[in-house]
Design a protein around this ligand. Structure first.
Ligand code: CO8
Length: 375
């Protein structure tokens, strides 16, 4: 029997920060920093903080606003990071809570009960602790029997987890898998860095993967067959975070800039775009499809210019907003969740027999794609 995606869920935080709000706070921070360090800057011992601009951000990235799990603290120039209180061991963790919200929405669309699910994968760029796995906490919170695990592949965590779910259903390891992406990126964003303070937002997404037969028994409405999966990774230091459990014994400042997300954005752009375009056309060719056959492109949402370049390379023309939906303007880059948000918001209008291409690309480098066909 074929393997299908029978439901997807999207949980959007209630708080958002516009470019204008973010830039205003950053520029006040930079002004204050430069004033405080004036003498050292004059002696060339400290580099002055350059100013940010909302126009630059929109033009360079396509981002107008981003959602944040907690807004308090991000725009406070004495803090420049969200203020997320630590929860007690007997409370649900932040990420498990986000995950449960998205999972319940995916279950609803798939017309499934937690008792129908027997595996849970929590896949995202970071988990807030190493153990017990967030996935097992989510499994417990939803009352699911079976097994659960976390997996991290940065930008490609969601697609790589869908690949694992596809294999688990095909192999009979599980009957129905919940793949959940609680992308809580804001704690790792360096809001004091002009080049990256605008890039990320928080969100949670989820999908139900099962066999076509089992989807038919519960009557899910919007079902997509996974025709196949394709993945590739190539090591690169151009997108990196050095924060980890060993930081404590390295005797280093756990808040130093290299312990947060940082990148060589230009190099990433130049190197990843051709890799992604080649990867996608090779994947489509496996099914004797060309880019013209693809009705919908749910691409990774890191940068509008990247998506435009990749789809142009593939199609030889600019795709319409309906063909290749962009959610970057309101969600920003949500690590691995971007392509899943695009799918969630733009799949219910598709017709039986339509093809869709879901693809992530980013840190690692990693690229993960799925060719989908609406049933
Ligand atoms: N305001 C004003 N000017 C700015 C700003 C700003 N905010 N930022 C940079 N500038 C300046 C630069 O300093 C530069 O000045 P100069 O020419 O004097 O040196 C000028 O503007 C142009 O800068 P860039 O060349 O860097 O500008 P680009 O047009 O390349 O745009 C981008 C920068 C937007 C970063 C772009 O390069 C990009 O998006 N590249 C691709 C990046 C990408 O896809 N990264 C993947 C992200 S990783 C991921 O998806 C998941 C990782 C794991 C999650 C992490 C969660 C925290």
């Amino acid at each position: 029997s074929s393997v299908v995606i029978s439901g997807s869920g999207l949980w959007t935080p209630t708080h958002s920060i516009s470019n204008e709000e973010l830039v205003d706070a950053y520029n006040r921070y930079a002004e204050n920093f430069n004033r405080t360090n004036q003498a050292a800057i004059d002696n060339q011992e400290v580099v002055a903080k350059p100013f940010s601009s909302a126009e630059f951000i929109q033009k360079a990235s396509g981002i107008k606003s981003r959602y944040v799990y907690v807004k308090d603290g991000v725009l406070d120039i004495e803090r420049m990071r969200p203020n997320i209180p630590e929860r007690a061991d007997d409370e649900i963790s932040d990420q498990a809570e986000m995950a449960v919200f998205a999972a319940n929405k995916a279950l609803l669309e798939a017309n499934k009960q937690p008792s129908d699910i027997d595996a849970v994968i929590v896949a995202c760029a970071y988990t807030q602790r190493s153990y017990p796995a967030i996935a097992i906490e989510v499994q417990g919170a939803l009352g699911i029997e079976g097994f659960a695990f976390d997996m991290l592949v940065a930008c490609s965590a969601a697609t790589f987890a869908l690949h694992r779910a596809y294999e688990m259903i095909a192999a009979g390891t599980a009957k129905a898998v919940l793949v959940i992406n609680p992308e809580l990126t804001s704690p790792q964003v360096n809001y004091c860095d002009r080049d990256s303070h605008f890039i990320f937002g928080d969100v949670a997404t989820a999908m139900v993967v099962e066999s076509a037969e089992s989807a038919a028994t519960t009557g899910a409405e919007h079902v997509f067959e996974i025709l196949s999966t394709k993945a590739v990774t190539t090591y690169s230091n151009n997108i990196r975070s050095n924060f980890g459990y060993v930081s404590r014994v390295n005797d280093v400042d756990p808040f130093a800039a290299d312990k947060l997300f940082h990148q060589e954005g230009r190099k990433v752009f130049k190197e990843v775009c051709p890799m992604a375009a080649t990867h996608i056309s090779e994947h489509l060719a496996r099914h004797h499809l060309t880019p013209e056959h693809v009705n919908r492109w749910w691409l990774h949402q890191a940068n509008i210019n990247m998506n435009t370049l990749i789809t142009r390379k593939l199609l030889g023309r600019q795709p319409s907003a309906q063909e290749a939906p962009i959610v970057l303007d309101s969600y920003a880059n949500t690590a691995s969740a971007g392509s899943i948000i695009a799918f969630n918001l733009h799949h219910q209008d598709m017709h039986s027999g339509d093809y869709g291409l879901l693809c992530s690309f980013g840190a690692g480098y990693s690229i993960g794609s799925l060719v989908l066909k609406k049933i």
